[in-house]
Design a protein around this ligand. Structure first.
Ligand code: PLP
Length: 476
């Protein structure tokens, strides 16, 4: 398997890359995103064979189709080390919870940080450690978080050889639970940096450091953001696992509803569908930040400025643009690299929008690729949390509630609807209390974490101070 960029560089066969070459990279050099040059097809007999596999072995089978530069035994070992009952809480790893006939939650949030990002990040931690050891290299991950991504990265990389994580977050702006999750990590390779400012200030620091190429090279600065192909690939696995649990025959189809922000999660669903998994619809659910819902309804993709980006009670979906969306658009317009470069490299970056409403490919977003969408607001969220609790005795988090709300408007008789549960309610307790008048249950291992000792460095939003801190801790 070789990888190409959505913007064309790499189209020449000499510049196509292998998996381990793009594993530690973010964007392609031309600013595009990496995608496999074709989607491997999973035939009926293979899908049947996969029905009896454990999650870890299913992951190995799916990953093997995309990774040909890690020996099979090593890759299998990495998968088995990652997807264990001890880390993910159940043998099924991503069990289905039936709400009623034909309506399920697929639990993706029983990993260490109680959000679906653990599903990919835990694998990434093991892949990074493996590849860095093989190369004899080190990597310093420098990132910004307002909650879920940073903690998932830290829990994936803690104790990993060859990796340090420097994670900035806006001081005092994460929920006490999220803060405690991150700041209580005492691992010597994990550095929490609480920045005097807002999330944008943290992101600006990351950009400033990444733009200093000399510093970046010397200190081997990398990221683990959601455009990383390996993260997306790891997420493809749970679409297969969900499908196989919900069906007994490959003649059946299922639909998935995905609470979406940066389009990483649902893009993995798109990849699974392209591989031949019998998915009927992929339902994109957004919150008030409805960039994606607007596109699927109108064909217009319009990124938002920070003034138009709402702070909502499903904060992990508060995005101004959907960083993985370029991958789907590339497929939608027939893998036309120069057109993709024009849409994202020129139109989005210069005028903040593009319009495909009159493009002959746009109707295929739903007719050929199965995409539909919907939007959910704070009131919808509260109502859905209440209804789900009352009707099924199940508590859902705010993001999953957005998914459920939208899913209910896209059900087809005879086609099971799987709503991806992307976080546990305890992470967003304040809104659960607002909806239900009671605190959500807290998994045992998180009882009392707010009182644990904390390891955190407080800093102002000052690039040179942050660089000095990284240099000092790296010691070279
Ligand atoms: C990150 C996140 C999302 C959004 O996922 P994308 O891949 O960005 O679309 C939804 N829910 C939760 C809880 C998340 O942490």
């Amino acid at each position: 398997m070789r990888y190409i960029s959505t913007r064309g560089q790499g189209a020449a066969s000499t510049s196509k890359k292998r998996f381990c070459e793009i594993l530690l990279e973010g964007l392609a050099p031309d600013g595009g995103l990496y995608l496999p040059e074709s989607y491997p097809q999973v035939d009926d007999a293979t899908l049947t064979r996969w029905r009896t596999l454990s999650y870890a072995d299913l992951a190995f089978e799916v990953l093997s189709l995309y990774v040909d530069d890690i020996p099979a035994d090593d890759l299998r070992t990495l998968c088995r080390k990652t997807y264990t009952e001890a880390v993910f809480g159940t043998r099924a790893i991503v069990p289905l919870k039936k709400l009623e006939d034909g309506l399920y939650l697929q639990a993706l949030s029983n990993g260490p940080t109680l959000a679906f990002k653990d599903m990919a990040m835990q694998l990434l931690g093991n892949l990074f450690e493996y590849e860095l050891a093989r190369r004899g290299e080190e990597l310093n991950i420098f990132g910004a978080t307002s909650g879920d991504t940073g903690s998932a990265a830290e829990y994936a990389m803690r104790g990993k050889k060859g990796v340090r994580v420097f994670m900035t977050s806006p001081n005092g702006r994460m929920s006490p639970f999220q803060q405690a999750q991150m700041f209580s990590l005492m691992d010597t390779n994990i550095y929490n940096v609480a920045v005097d400012g807002v999330f944008d200030d943290c992101q600006d620091l990351v950009k400033a450091v990444s733009n200093d190429l000399v510093f970046k090279r010397k200190y081997k600065i990398g990221t683990v953001n959601s455009i990383n192909w390996a993260r997306l690939m790891a997420q493809v696995v749970y679409y297969f696992a969900g499908y196989l649990q919900a069906t007994t025959s490959n003649a059946q189809r299922v639909s998935f509803t995905v609470p979406s922000g940066n389009f990483g999660n649902v893009c993995a669903g798109h990849v699974a569908r392209m591989m031949g998994l019998p998915i009927d619809k992929l339902v994109v659910a957004t919150n008030e930040n409805d960039v994606l819902d607007e596109f699927f309804k109108t064909g217009i993709y319009r990124v938002r400025g920070s003034a138009d980006t709402h702070e909502t009670s499903s904060p992990s979906m508060d995005i101004s643009k959907a960083s993985n969306f370029e991958r789907f658009i590339f497929d939608l317009i027939g893998r036309d690299e120069s057109k993709t470069a024009d849409l994202f490299g020129r139109q989005v970056s210069q005028i903040g929008r593009f319009d495909l409403s009159a493009d002959s490919h746009f109707p295929e977003a739903s007719s050929r690729y199965g995409f539909v969408s919907g939007k959910s607001t704070h009131q919808d969220r509260l109502q859905t949390i209440r209804d789900t609790w009352k009707r099924y005795g199940v508590m859902v988090d705010t993001h999953t509630a957005d998914g459920l709300k939208v899913a209910l408007t896209h059900r087809t008789p005879g086609v099971p609807m799987l709503v991806l549960e992307t976080a546990l309610p305890i992470k967003f307790a304040a809104t659960l209390v607002e909806a239900l008048g009671r605190e959500p249950d807290r998994p045992e291992k998180f009882i009392g974490i707010e009182t644990l000792p904390k390891k955190v460095k407080f800093m102002s939003a000052d690039v040179s101070a942050v660089k000095a801190f990284i240099a000092q801790e790296c010691g070279y």
